[in-house]
Ligand binder design. Sequence first.
Ligand SMILES: Nc1nc2c(ncn2[C@@H]2O[C@H](COP(=O)(O)OP(=O)(O)OP(=O)(O)O)[C@@H](O)[C@H]2O)c(=O)[nH]1
Ligand SMILES: [Mg+2]
Length: 217
Amino acid sequence: MLHAVDEKSTAPPVVSPAARVGIGGPVGSGKTALIEALIPVLQHRGVDLAVVTNDLVTREDAERLRRSGLIDPARVSAVEAGACPHTVIREDPTLNIAAGDDLEARFPGVELILFESGGDNLASTFSLDLVDWWMFVIDVAGGDDIPRKRGPGLLRCDLLVVNKIDLAPYVGVELAPMLAEAGRVRDGRPVIATNARSGVGIEAVADAILTAVLFKV
Ligand SMILES: Nc1nc2c(ncn2[C@@H]2O[C@H](COP(=O)(O)OP(=O)(O)OP(=O)(O)O)[C@@H](O)[C@H]2O)c(=O)[nH]1
Ligand SMILES: [Mg+2]
């Protein structure tokens, strides 16, 4: 983030580091789809952003975002985890920290970097050495008993996103009780229901990021 400086000052502009936000959750829950839906909403609100993706042994998600036309492809970096995805977001996040530092160096003024974890299990959490705030994305097709299983990812994240709400009728899930249970196991901490394909709930996720991380709302 660039700060205005006194015009008479000869000092270089003060560049503060970008806020770093993690997006974790099980395989296929909609993490990349959430990023694709968030990018235009955040850009519309004037947020200068970049993305780091993590895949096991490919750069699939980064390539998908680069091809999407939603964001300058140079603003998308890929980390190949090469091991269980949680290793590089929790145990040793140095590859991801370096990817974030590189984006900040190449794009001075970047305010927000989204880090998508490779899809993992309900136990995966982010190191606070890597991110300032993180979301966990589950989807209704994973079953309405997921909140009841009280995985650390779901319990500890700053925001729980329950995605694919459009699929609830097809997979026999009653959405309202599932959301209520998610709120209960999280002691009332935030839960937002989304359909990342149609955009339902995406403004609310953007609001949460702007308020909690960028202090813009
Ligand atoms: N119906 C429906 N499909 C969705 C939604 N969000 C994502 N999908 C679909 O779910 C599939 C997986 O979505 P991704 O965004 O690739 O999931 P991911 O969590 O990034 O997957 P990994 O990175 O492989 O763990 C894709 O076919 C998406 O189009 C949603 O809200 N509703
Ligand atoms: Mg993905």
